[in-house]
Ligand binder design. Structure first.
Ligand code: HEC
Ligand code: HEC
Ligand code: HEC
Ligand code: HEC
Ligand code: HEC
Ligand code: HEC
Length: 240
């Protein structure tokens, strides 16, 4: 099926892999950070990350020694890493360590359990995220990409690292707030594709005052790229 083929190449599907006992977090579109098990109850996030533009220190680290994550820390941090980068739940056994059911963000991460649907295919027994409106998709994709701030929650808008939380930023846009739920992540992205974006500005802004600019470049001024480090670039989803 076409979606399977396309999806297996997508960044979502490639968000986690394992080679020679080391877990590789990230598809490599921007970065791959290795994580290894250093003892029965401790994992290490390596201090060096392979960025597309070369090796460098891992985000959030202060040196290249790496950061240790005990499996039984109260925040369960290492389980959260595996949780967002894999599908179908995690198993932990002292002998084998953390074992995700499926590597990467695959069908059931977004469409829910599909057992019934496979046995008796019907559109009524599978979750269809497209039925969600803009707020619904911000929350849904925000399960991993971070949800918009709740009432009373603070966001530091001048911290460039926060720009990687697209639902948080999109939710602040006039385009989002004043279009009655019509502007969603899916207006511009195909969650099955590799690096898909569609220029959707003309859907709602048929003739901005400055018509002279080429359509393809709307985002270069209104969704500016932000570089929180020399290695990483994110797109500011607060359209303005
Ligand atoms: C289960 C967690 C999860 C959910 C749910 C999820 N994502 Fe992602 N998404 C990820 C991870 C992890 C990556 C990083 C992939 C990589 O390694 O590059 C990612 C990457 C992406 C990318 C970037 C690919 C690129 O071009 O760099 C886009 C776009 C994206 N997600 C959109 C969405 C949209 C839209 C939704 C909701 C329909 C969604 N995601 C839901 C976890 C998730
Ligand atoms: C709350 C969910 C969540 C947790 C927890 C999480 N990630 Fe991610 N991770 C994401 C999403 C979503 C992206 C894509 C963000 C983007 O590129 O905008 C991502 C991107 C990445 C990337 C870059 C991928 C690329 O191709 O550019 C790496 C590397 C990565 N994560 C490693 C880790 C590691 C290591 C941990 C644990 C220490 C971790 N992540 C914990 C959701 C999560
Ligand atoms: C990151 C989340 C995500 C993942 C992973 C994902 N999907 Fe989807 N899927 C969606 C969303 C969101 C839509 C609605 C897309 C739209 O309407 O633009 C969708 C739509 C679909 C549709 C309806 C398409 C159509 O054109 O009517 C099918 C079928 C589908 N997905 C199958 C799959 C299969 C099979 C996989 C795994 C190979 C998969 N999806 C993985 C989020 C996801
Ligand atoms: C679903 C419809 C929709 C889409 C798609 C959309 N916008 Fe908007 N946009 C709006 C609405 C509605 C407003 C508010 C207009 C008003 O208040 O008069 C707005 C406002 C704006 C503003 C003014 C923002 C401010 O803070 O003053 C800019 C700039 C803008 N849009 C640019 C864009 C660009 C560039 C794109 C494509 C990346 C885009 N829009 C896509 C609906 C949309
Ligand atoms: C108005 C169009 C538009 C909407 C709506 C939109 N995006 Fe994007 N997104 C873009 C563009 C443009 C890029 C940059 C694409 C590129 O560099 O290939 C991008 C890039 C991304 C990336 C790659 C990392 C980055 O920051 O550059 C992720 C992840 C992502 N979007 C997730 C989302 C999610 C989740 C939503 C819904 C909350 C969303 N986007 C809504 C246009 C949009
Ligand atoms: C070279 C930078 C640049 C590019 C490219 C650009 N804009 Fe703008 N845009 C601006 C600036 C600056 C303003 C605010 C000043 C003004 O109102 O003219 C603005 C204002 C706007 C507004 C709000 C005012 C209005 O016209 O109603 C919208 C909507 C908008 N742009 C849409 C777009 C769209 C759609 C595209 C792509 C076709 C685009 N812009 C390309 C710089 C740019």
């Amino acid at each position: 099926m076409a979606i399977h083929d396309r999806q297996s190449k997508s960044a979502h599907a490639r968000a986690l892999s394992k080679t020679e006992g080391v877990w590789n977090f990230g598809s490599g579109i921007q970065a791959v950070t290795p994580v290894s098990r250093v003892s029965e109850e401790v994992y290490k996030e390596h201090g060096l990350t392979a960025y597309k533009k070369g090796q460098g220190i891992t985000p959030g680290h202060s040196n290249t020694a790496g950061v240790l994550y005990p499996v039984f820390d109260p925040g369960a941090q290492i389980f959260k890493c595996f949780g967002c980068h894999s599908t179908g739940g995690l198993d932990f056994q002292p002998a084998s360590g953390i074992q995700p059911k499926e590597l990467g963000v695959r069908c059931e991460s977004c469409h829910g359990q599909g057992g019934d649907h496979v046995a008796r295919p019907s559109k009524f027994n599978i979750f269809q995220p497209r039925n969600l409106n803009g707020d619904g998709l911000n929350d849904f994709c925000g399960n991993c990409h971070r949800q918009p701030p709740k009432e009373g929650e603070d966001t530091n808008w001048s911290d460039p690292w926060n720009v990687r939380h697209q639902p948080v930023y999109l939710s602040q846009s006039q385009c989002f707030q004043k279009s009655a739920g019509k502007l969603t992540c899916l207006t511009c992205h195909d969650p099955h594709g590799a690096r898909p974006t569609r220029n959707a500005c003309a859907d709602c802004h048929a003739s901005p005052k400055h018509r002279t600019v080429k359509t393809g470049s709307c985002t270069s001024c209104h969704m500016k790229a932000v570089k929180p480090s020399q290695y990483l670039t994110f797109t500011n989803h607060w359209i303005r």
